[in-house]
Design a protein around this ligand. Structure first.
Ligand SMILES: [Zn+2]
Length: 113
């Protein structure tokens, strides 16, 4: 068997290319490139490997199931959310963390090290 005859186990599927339909006994289905998927077994978001960004419209490869924005737009949204935070004086007691991470600092010594 030639390589060209092998099916790609992870073909690119854009969310917009998934066609909703009905099959036996009115089961909801999705159809992609001639293959029918049962909607009660898999969602469109699980099936799609790619989607079009809701902000800029560019197609991107999804990093997680319900991703709706490309990495560039997600970084922009994240940066805007960070800049909306109020700057306040630290009381020296409240634990601190690095934005969007699970790295915490419980004392001044933790920060200085
Ligand atoms: Zn985008």
């Amino acid at each position: 068997m030639k390589n060209s005859q092998l099916k790609n186990p992870n073909p690119k599927i854009n969310l917009k290319d998934i066609v909703e339909g009905k099959a036996m006994r009115e089961h909801n289905t999705f159809e992609v490139n001639g293959t029918i998927y049962w909607a009660d077994r898999i969602s469109k978001d699980q099936l799609a490997t790619h989607a079009d960004c809701l902000i800029c419209g560019k197609e991107f490869e999804k990093d997680y199931t319900y991703q709706r924005h490309c990495t560039s737009c997600e970084l922009k949204i994240d940066s805007e959310n960070f800049n909306k935070l109020e700057l306040i004086e630290w009381d020296g007691k409240t634990p601190l963390c690095i934005w969007d991470s699970d790295t915490f600092f419980f004392s001044e010594d933790d920060i200085i090290m």
